[in-house]
Write a protein that binds this ligand. Structure first.
Ligand code: HSE
Length: 381
């Protein structure tokens, strides 16, 4: 029975703890949980002293669910140096220190896994890492944020308004501590960078992923999309074209009959396309205590069972946001350059196909005068 420590006894940490406690013969057990407070009834397991975990030779795996960059970074690098394998649900940390954490794990001969960091309970990264061992991934795309999917689904199908749907997502434990990371797309941007890095054997940072969020979406937009036969989803996309990569995040109008349009509530759906296996899609709860805690516990169990994934390639690949183009919906009180307008709606425009670089350039100017402007890509897939 391998012993693990869980760092953080919040939503995800408790989810992982309860998952492991419920299956006492599964091959791992929780020896210690680190938190800033020791809750009543947990005096035997919860400690406030990280040194006692680091110096405990019985603890072979450290699972982090604290969130944020610090002290999570210091805790995990210290664990690796103490020859303990590391699992984390922390996408901000993985995205920011991708190369460094992988390199440190290799130097110390330990495992570094982060399946719950993208897609909550979905074994997306686990399977992506399996796929790249023998196949060549050419693209990935999907819904990677439960909070915004919950909000958009509520606005589109349940008559909810933005702020009440967000409050409910917070109450259900889906949203980040600061939900601006969800609604401005920063959470998806990190998940997209991590996924693209794994898929393409590169190291993308969040700055490599141009992003639009859903902060400005209004009921008039979602009602209009419904009338047009579209559903709006916040999508991440990454593609390898030739020897270059593009990756971006944007609210996207997709036909209401498409597979992705049917994904409701806090669910995520993430797909890859690879040369041999074709398209694979993964659907499940992308946020929440039990699904994400389960994924954290599963990574620990995989390490304990020595289920191997190939070493992650940390190559250098050129990134460009001029490789693809598609039309956009732009609602603004500003005038749009005539040359990019395909047709006009009441208070909004549909553009001609534009590159990601071009629409970001346009929206930067528009939003300097109209901070409530909303933009969404339009695709027919
Ligand atoms: N806030 C995130 C979401 C949590 O809503 O998807 C899971 O990463």
């Amino acid at each position: 029975m391998k012993k693990i420590a869980i760092l953080g006894f919040g939503v995800v940490g408790r989810g992982a703890y309860e998952t492991i406690q419920a299956r006492k013969n599964a091959g791992i057990s929780v020896k210690k949980v680190l938190d800033v407070r020791v809750p009543t009834g947990y005096e035997d397991v919860v400690t406030t002293d990280y040194q006692s975990i680091l110096s405990d030779p019985e603890i072979e795996i450290v699972a982090e669910a604290i969130g944020g960059l610090h002290p999570a970074y210091e805790f995990l690098t210290a664990a690796m140096k103490a020859k303990k394998s590391v699992v984390t649900a922390n996408k901000h940390l993985v995205c920011t220190f991708f190369r460094e954490l992988h390199t440190l794990a290799k130097e110390n001969g330990v495992e570094f896994r982060y399946t719950p960091a993208v897609g909550g309970g979905i074994p997306w990264l686990y399977n992506l890492r399996r796929t790249v061992r023998l196949d060549e991934v050419t693209s990935l795309s999907g819904i990677m944020n439960g909070t915004t999917n919950y909000i958009l689904d509520g606005m589109t199908h349940k008559g909810a308004d933005f702020s009440s749907a967000l409050s409910e997502a917070q109450r259900l434990g889906y949203a980040e501590a600061d939900p601006t990371a969800d609604i401005d797309g920063l959470d998806v941007r990190r998940k997209c960078a991590i996924s693209a890095s794994v898929a393409f054997g590169a190291v993308l940072t969040e700055d490599d992923v141009p992003t639009f969020g859903i902060r400005n979406i209004l009921k008039i937009d979602t009602d209009r999309f419904t009338a047009m036969g579209y559903v709006c989803k916040l999508l991440a996309k990454a593609e390898k074209i030739g020897d270059k990569i593009t990756a971006y995040v944007e609210p996207t109008l997709i036909p209401k009959a498409s597979e992705t349009a049917a994904i409701g509530s806090n669910f995520n759906m993430i797909s890859l396309t690879a040369k041999r296996v074709g398209r694979l899609s993964f659907i499940g709860q992308g946020a929440g205590k039990d699904p994400t805690g389960m994924a954290l516990a599963e990574d620990c169990l995989d390490i304990a069972e020595k289920s191997a994934v190939t070493e992650t390639v940390l190559g250098n690949v050129e990134i460009s946001h001029e490789l693809t183009e598609h039309p956009y919906y732009v609602r603004t009180t500003e005038a749009l350059d005539e040359r990019v307008i395909s047709h006009r709606l009441d208070g909004a425009y549909i553009t001609i196909p534009l590159t990601v670089s071009k629409i970001h350039h346009i929206m930067k100017e528009i939003q300097s005068n109209d901070s409530a402007a909303f933009v969404a890509g339009i695709t027919e897939e």
